[in-house]
Design a protein around this ligand. Structure first.
Ligand code: KIV
Ligand code: ZN
Length: 390
């Protein structure tokens, strides 16, 4: 089986359970991994990288059970460029309806120095290991780790070898988050133009966020012809993390006018997954994180609140419901105005006359000066106090 995709479709490859779990301190239990894999499958993720089976007995068992329980997603395991790794990976993923072996080796000068292989020796190793993987599984992904710092001629040479050996997906990792959008696009375009057989496989992008450019780099790669994005929920991952799934998926949805590619993701499941991954990994989501941060849909200043109360599109480019969030978008604080207080009171089921509203507003402002955020309970207490005095 060769994995194909339509030209207007981008495959979403989630690696929360592999690259994400490699974040120091983000280890998940077996049960937690099964739960997250089930949620990813239900959300419509095309490929779930479930783990690194050779890494430990626990990782092997998790990948195997995720494979056994999988419904629609391709289940992928990672392996280094060694026969033992690849065999172990296959033993875990073969239980899936749609298994994939992902094998990689570092191809940049710095990474070639670690196993101390010459360019020719590494090329031979790639040929042997990809051939071996392909003899086991019809769906093989190959990655030249640190591709963005690999010499272009050598990168073209090894990608061609991997394709000839039977790789069906070629993933181009920006392992250290070093590239920038134009360079990310140029690299994919260069490979598509120069490598014989490149049109027979799917090119994939795998970006890290060390310079905060992972989402932009992934989308630039898609514009140049990549048709798979590797990403994680909440951008979890080594160091500054990986491309955030919610960001690329919502960018493709909200800006489909200029980014005309579809994903198969049910975006209304994003918020729940974000919360579950945050809880099980122990990694809180920063308040102002794009798409899933606590403040991503909240408005505190009076001007913004007045605007969204009149027409939500004045300050919102996506609907909270689209990511599975209820439409509460008003945060009450010292910058809030009377219109927001009136709307909030209505939402709380409190009907105040104009004079009462004015009195409560004065007390609310005094409280907001002392407190960072005024919660619903604070407002109810203010009203009860006010009514007691009237
Ligand atoms: O960042 C990276 O290069 C990786 C590879 C193993 C694909 O995670
Ligand atoms: Zn990575």
């Amino acid at each position: 089986m060769t994995v194909t995709t339509k030209q207007d479709r981008v495959l979403i490859f989630d690696t929360t359970l592999r690259d994400g779990e490699q974040s120091p301190g983000a280890t998940m239990t077996h049960e937690e991994k099964l739960e997250i894999a089930g949620l990813l499958d239900d959300m419509g993720v095309d490929v779930i990288e479930a783990g690194f089976p050779i890494a430990s007995e626990g990782d092997f068992n998790a990948v195997k059970e995720i494979a056994q329980r999988s419904k629609n997603s391709i289940i992928c395991g990672l392996s280094r460029a060694s026969m033992t790794d690849i065999d172990r990976c296959w033993d875990a993923v073969k239980h899936a309806g749609k298994p994939r072996i992902h094998t990689f080796i570092g191809t940049s000068p710095l990474h070639r120095a670690i196993p101390n292989l010459s360019m020719d020796e590494m090329a031979d190793r790639i040929h042997e290991t990809v051939t071996h993987a392909r003899n086991l599984c019809d769906d093989v992904q190959w990655s030249p780790m640190d591709a963005t710092r690999t010499e272009h001629d050598y990168l073209c040479r090894v990608v061609e070898i991997a394709i000839k050996a039977g790789a069906t997906t070629i993933n181009i990792p920006d392992t250290v988050g070093y590239t920038a959008p134009r360079e990310s696009a140029d690299l994919i375009r260069m490979l598509l133009e120069r490598v014989p057989g490149a049109d027979q496989v799917i090119f994939s992008t795998h970006c890290h966020n060390d310079l905060g450019m992972a989402t932009a780099n992934s989308l630039a790669a898609v514009e140049a012809g990549a048709r798979q994005i590797e990403c994680t929920i909440n951008g979890l991952g080594e160091r500054a993390g990986n491309t955030a799934l919610e960001e690329v998926v919502m960018a493709l949805k909200v800006r489909n006018d200029i980014l005309p590619w579809q994903t198969g993701i049910d975006t209304t499941k994003i918020m729940n997954l974000s919360r579950r991954v945050s809880t099980v990994s122990g990694f809180p989501v920063q308040f102002n994180k794009a798409v899933v941060g606590k403040n991503a849909f909240l408005h505190e200043s009076g001007i913004h609140q007045d605007g969204v109360l009149k027409n939500v599109e004045t300050f919102e480019i996506m609907k909270p419901e689209d990511i599975g969030l209820s439409a509460k978008n008003i945060a009450m604080g010292k910058h809030s105005g009377r219109a927001a207080l009136r709307a909030k009171m209505k939402e709380l089921g409190v009907d105040l006359g104009e004079n009462q509203l004015n009195d409560v507003f004065v007390r609310f402002k005094a409280l907001a000066d002392r407190k960072k955020e005024v919660y619903d309970d604070d407002l109810v207490a203010l009203v009860q106090d006010q009514v007691g005095q009237d």
